[in-house]
Each structure stands twice: as structure tokens, then as C-alpha cells.
Design a protein around this ligand. Structure first.
Ligand code: DAT
Ligand code: MG
Length: 149
């Protein structure tokens, strides 16, 4: 089964959106296999955003992500990376479609509520940065036989 790393950023936590966001993924039929509530240390933020460290917006991004606790998760499901990226919406909330998380709950690119991995390779890399294998719980959800053909 495919996996992804999803993270509700400090603005989403502060604005009380954790439950609403998790609820959307749960109702879709996706399965949460790990979660933790944590203020991410700077070293792991650098590793996570390694492709962006040289970009002009990185200092602002780093101080935003470390400004408060995040809610970090691993989720599982068929084609989950593409499904969750579509549910999250465009990077800039001003361009994110209504019905997407960023389209419904955010206004500006620097505070876009949630992170989601953008490929299966990125997902595995990001999961290994933030979770140890023992923190991930494999299990079957009782509704799976009505979700997968
Ligand atoms: P995404 O989070 O949609 O995968 P990304 O990987 O290109 O987008 O960028 C990571 C985060 O960095 C993004 O969620 C918000 C921030 N960011 C990206 N481009 C930015 C910009 N031009 N100005 C400010 N922040 C930006
Ligand atoms: Mg990205």
C-alpha cells in the first residue's frame, strides 16, 4: 500500500483545524498509521525542506515551522500521494480551489496550514526523517472491504 507524510503546520494547530483536517482524510477512506504532536527541532526542519534551504523564502519558512507545535502523521492508501495533494490544493492558498484544505482554510503562501509529500520517493524520505519504524502501526481498517475493489 502507498504511504505519505502529512503535517498540520503551526497555523493549522493554532487555528484549531486539526480535527477538521483529519476528518477529511478519514472520511475519504485513508488510514492513519502514525501521529505525533511536536515542536520540530531546527535540524529536522532543515532536513525536511532540504530542496528549499537556499531559497529566499527559507528563513521565513523555518521560523514559521518552528514557531509552535505541528501535528505530524503517516497515512496509508492506494494512490495516497496524488489523492492527498489534490485534497490539500495548490501551494498558494490564493490559487487553491474551493473544497481543498488550502482553498478553504488559508489565504497566503507563507501560512498554508498543511504539508503533504509530493511523490512516493519524497514520502518515504520524509517518513524516515520524522518517524522511527516502531512509531508506525500497521493494521486493517474494518471498512477496507468496502473501499477497495
Ligand atoms: P508544497 O508545500 O505545496 O509542496 P513547496 O514544496 O514548493 O510547496 O514549498 C514548501 C513550502 O514552502 C510551501 O508550503 C510554502 C513555502 N513556500 C514555497 N514557495 C514559497 C514562496 N514563493 N514564498 C514563500 N513561501 C513559499
Ligand atoms: Mg513540497
Amino acid at each position: 500500500m502507498d504511504r505519505t507524510f502529512l503535517m498540520i503546520k503551526p497555523d493549522g494547530v493554532q487555528r484549531g483545524l486539526i480535527g477538521e483536517i483529519i476528518s477529511r482524510f478519514e472520511k475519504k477512506g485513508l488510514k492513519m498509521t502514525a501521529a505525533k504532536f511536536e515542536r520540530i527541532p531546527e535540524s529536522r526542519v532543515m532536513e525536511h525542506y532540504t530542496e528549499h534551504v537556499e531559497k529566499p523564502f527559507f528563513p521565513g519558512l523555518k521560523s514559521y515551522i518552528t514557531s509552535g507545535p505541528c501535528f505530524l502523521m503517516v497515512w496509508e492508501g492506494k494512490d495516497i500521494v496524488s489523492i492527498t495533494r489534490q485534497m490539500i490544493g495548490a501551494t498558494n492558498p490564493a490559487e487553491a480551489a474551493p473544497g481543498t484544505i488550502r482553498g478553504d482554510f488559508a489565504l497566503e503562501i507563507g501560512m498554508n496550514v498543511i504539508h503533504g509529500s509530493d511523490s512516493n520517493e519524497t514520502a518515504e524520505r520524509e517518513i524516515s526523517i520524522h518517524f522511527s519504524p516502531e512509531e508506525i502501526s500497521e493494521y486493517e481498517r474494518i471498512d477496507e472491504k468496502f473501499l477497495y475493489e
